[in-house]
Design a protein around this ligand. Structure first.
Ligand code: HMG
Ligand code: MG
Length: 286
């Protein structure tokens, strides 16, 4: 049975780095990842550069990479302006992002959950006109750095609304990596009642070292797509204490041990992870 790993490092992995990573290095990272067997790589984020300066060069990254057939190069867009920029930059797929908690919504995108969903509505016909696959994230699916534990019904409500908007997949973000197999399972029980498990993905940060356990629990619910980041790079600038996405190398190892097929070339992955790590180590050294 196949599991898809959605590689996040060029976006979620790098967005939180303090020093600006050179565009050429981002392009090199994406090109290395393109040789690993991923079918999805999130390469950019068309958000306000005042909010996330690190992602300001998304258009240049998308223009500079060598696109490999069979790989979809995706980008985040928080509003119409971001969507138009993502389309102009020739993204293959676009992702909108909302929160299951009001506190994170306000801190991350400066509006309420309801306002964020209303902001997405006019984007939908544009996405359809351009035949772009639409993905959607829900953040803080078990815990919020501002509001505490998130009620599963709240996650289900936002996930169902995003699915009804036409998102082919809802990626469930444990933004601060506080989830446990118990809280993740309680959340998935509620969400899979309203969105089919085949349309759900796990996006787990590894702050408490529980992400692999949470992936194992999610496999039991029928999830077959997981977001991960080579070398465990990353974190969200508006979620204090958040660490990187679970490391792609560890996810591949776990899945293959459990008998799933990932299609990932481990040697190519190790090379990409080494390069990703060197970018962060350079940053830390400054
Ligand atoms: P705002 O300040 O409320 O809105 O920000 P605004 O419309 O007043 O815009 C502020 C300035 O940004 C203006 O410029 C706009 O023109 C400009 P000024 O007039 O002051 O010169 N602007 C833009 N520029 C470029 N591209 C755009 C854009 N939109 C406005 N698209 C806004 C609202 C949503 C824009 C802001 O809050 C924002 O950009 N937030 C993004 C924060 C972010 O990127 N967080 C990380 C990604 S989410 C994440 O990591 C979680 C995830 O991984 C899942 C998980 O782990 O849970 C996905
Ligand atoms: Mg994230």
């Amino acid at each position: 049975m196949t599991v898809t790993i959605f590689e996040m490092s060029p976006r979620d992995g790098l967005q939180n780095e303090g020093r600006t990573i050179a565009t050429a290095d981002k392009i090199k990272l994406v090109n290395l990842l393109s040789g690993c067997g991923f079918t999805k790589i999130e390469v950019a984020s068309f958000v306000s550069p005042k909010w996330v300066p690190q992602m300001a060069d998304g258009a240049q990254v998308l223009a500079g990479i060598t696109r490999r057939q069979g790989v979809s190069y995706t980008a985040l867009a928080p509003n119409m302006r971001g969507l138009e920029a993502a389309i102009a930059a020739n993204t293959d797929e676009v992702a909108i992002f909302a929160s299951a908690s009001e506190g994170f919504s306000q801190h991350n995108i400066n509006c309420s959950i309801a306002e964020s969903l209303a902001r997405f509505t006019p984007m939908l016909p544009v996405v359809r006109d351009h035949d772009l696959p639409l993905r959607a994230y829900v953040s803080c699916v078990t815990d919020c750095p501002y509001d505490g534990p998130t009620p599963p019904a709240q996650v289900a409500d936002v996930a169902a609304k995003l699915h009804a908007m036409g998102a082919y997949e809802i990626s469930l973000g444990d933004t601060i990596g506080m989830g446990t197999p118990e809280t993740i399972s309680a959340m998935l029980r509620a969400v899979s009642d309203v969105v089919p498990a085949a349309a759900l993905a796990g996006h787990y940060h590894d702050t408490q070292g529980r992400a692999l356990d949470n992936i194992a629990a999610s496999l039991d619910f029928g999830l077959r797509t997981f977001d991960a980041s080579v070398a465990g790079l990353g974190g969200c600038p508006y979620a204090p204490g958040s660490r990187g996405n679970v490391a792609t190398e560890d996810v591949v190892e776990l899945l293959e041990r459990l008998g799933y097929v990932t299609g990932i070339d481990r040697a190519a992955l190790a090379k990409a992870a080494r390069f990703a790590r060197s970018l962060v180590e350079q940053t830390d050294a400054l």
